[in-house]
Design a protein around this ligand. Structure first.
Ligand code: BG6
Length: 506
């Protein structure tokens, strides 16, 4: 489907997201010929820019992210479509004058309107209310929208602070728009290697039949970041923390794609139905105090991999000096359904860890008969009890790819079994940079395709999973780990599967 002609109204456009992510992604679409035939971009914010100074700010962002030097003309041509509208988005008058401005624009603006909420999260509900009150958004089913005059809203994360606030935000949005007009963004779902999880599972015959409790021992999902919460993000992060910022959304989305049942088709509803269903089956796997299901921690000062010294979390800009916010969280989950019952799922995420790494590892069981138990086994992956079971790794970033570990006989006279890998890497196969998640997602929003966005019930199901952890937060110790490490030693207790069957090797 080609993108629809549109005026894109970026609410909160003076923020970093517009400069660093949104506009560079739109420019990439433009240079690939994927922007609509007619489009305009209006940035709305309070800061005193005018069109030229706003465009200059965006040009810098484009240069930093993507544009080679020789594309300055193309960049200027693109920026001709951009304008700035100064206004305080907390004031109702701004919405009235924005509406008048759009109406007066006549043919200059296409009739389809896409509002992008990249505002302070506290303002989402208020902004949705004012947009509706001033007739800027309206549900398609309310029939006022004429031919081509569609209305859409893209909502940045965080989508709420907990289950209750997410429900309130859903209600506010659904008062003015139909579900199909709401695009709740989760940029992880737009990542190439995340989209590929579906292709890998459902476009191959080989793997899907073994992704279940009979063959899988446990699943580990890791999202480690080397970055801290500097760069002006401290204020936001200190209110949210790792569970809300990463786990409740990005990581559960990734897990849902890996563990959901095959959808009946590739349409948006079929996929969202399956994702919601598995999210509803996810539970925190509490097993009493002896084996905690949840571990949280904060980074202390330390030395990063590249030798730089990093300050501790509480010394970061805009972070409370006595903050109790977790910059690391690990949770053990279970999936209470026929396919996954009894398979532990370990999820961990943290900032200022050794290096950036996002991957999902599916650890398979030992073969039922351990023929090679006594046979010599060598190599880094070998286990004292014999050959290590298969492991399937979805590397989301960096060095995106899919890796399968298996045991093979070494070509020597003594019978030695060792580990070997079957690798698929994007770099090896295509050798070029992958598109940014925002390119895919913005293009889909312009096409009106909600497949890679999250539906209201799905978002609420995600919050329901972490709700017990949020409630237990005050009662859970806050551990510490040095910046540049792999997290707190205490988290290892979660990953010890002592009460699991003998086959478990985690
Ligand atoms: C954002 C979080 O949604 O995702 C950030 O708010 C985090 O805290 C970022 O750093 C990670 O995204 P990526 O694409 O760099 O893994």
């Amino acid at each position: 489907t080609p993108p629809d002609d549109a005026v894109m109204i970026l609410l909160g456009a003076s923020g970093d997201l517009t400069r660093r992510k949104l506009v560079p992604a739109l420019f990439q679409l433009y240079r690939s010929g994927l922007m609509p035939g007619r489009f305009a971009i209006i940035g709305v914010a309070r800061r005193p820019y005018d069109d030229p100074s706003f465009r200059e700010r965006l040009r810098e962002g484009i240069r930093e992210r993507c544009a080679p030097q020789d594309e300055e003309d193309r960049c200027s041509e693109f920026l001709e479509h951009v304008e700035y509208f100064r206004g305080d988005l907390e004031a109702p008058d701004t919405y009235a004058s924005l509406r008048d401005h759009l109406d007066r624009g006549g043919d200059r603006y296409p009739s389809g309107r896409l509002f992008y909420f990249s505002l302070k999260p506290d303002l989402f509900i208020e902004a949705a209310h004012h947009l509706r009150e001033h007739g800027l958004i309206d549900s398609d089913s309310a029939a006022q929208a004429g031919e081509g005059a569609w209305r859409r809203a893209v909502i940045e994360k965080p989508f709420g602070h907990d289950l209750e606030s997410a429900r309130a935000l859903n209600r506010a949005l659904l008062e003015g728009l139909d579900e199909k007009q709401i695009f709740r963004i989760d940029h992880y779902v737009g990542k190439e290697a995340v989209q590929n999880v579906m292709a890998f599972r459902f476009a191959n015959t080989l793997f899907e039949p073994v992704l279940n409790r009979t063959c899988v021992d446990h699943i580990q999902l890791t999202a480690a970041e080397a970055l801290g919460v500097g760069g002006g993000r401290g204020g936001y992060y200190d209110r949210y923390g790792a569970i809300r910022d990463m786990l409740s959304n990005h990581l559960l989305q990734l897990l849902a794609l890996l563990t959901m049942e095959p959808p009946s088709g590739l349409d948006s509803d079929a996929i969202h139905n399956e994702k919601t269903k598995v999210l509803k089956a996810l539970r925190v796997d509490w097993r009493g105090d002896a084996s905690p299901a949840f571990c949280r921690a904060q980074y202390a000062a330390g030395v990063m991999d590249d030798g730089t010294r990093a300050v501790g979390y509480r010394d970061e800009d805009r972070v409370d000096r006595d903050s109790e916010t977790e910059s690391y969280a690990a949770v053990r989950l279970s999936i209470d359904n026929w396919r996954w019952s009894g398979v532990p799922v370990f999820v961990r995420t943290g900032k200022r860890m050794k290096r950036k790494l996002t991957e999902v590892a599916v650890h398979f069981r030992h073969p039922p008969l351990k023929l090679f138990r006594g046979v010599e086994c060598e190599g880094a992956h070998c286990d004292v009890r014999g050959v290590q079971p298969n492991k399937l790794i979805f590397r989301i970033q960096p060095q995106e790819g899919i890796f399968l570990n298996m045991a093979v006989k070494r070509p020597t006279l003594p019978f030695v079994v060792e580990q070997a890998d079957m690798d698929f890497s994007y770099a090896g196969k295509w050798g070029r940079e992958l598109p940014e998640a925002y390119e895919r997602l913005l293009l889909d929003a312009l096409r009106g395709d909600t497949t890679l966005f999250t539906r209201s019930d799905e978002v609420e199901a995600g919050w329901s999973v972490v709700e017990p952890v949020l409630k237990a937060m005050d009662r859970t110790p806050l551990y510490s780990y040095p910046a540049g490490s792999w997290g707190p030693a205490e988290a290892d207790r979660l990953f010890q599967c002592s009460d699991l069957p003998d086959e478990c090797l985690c």
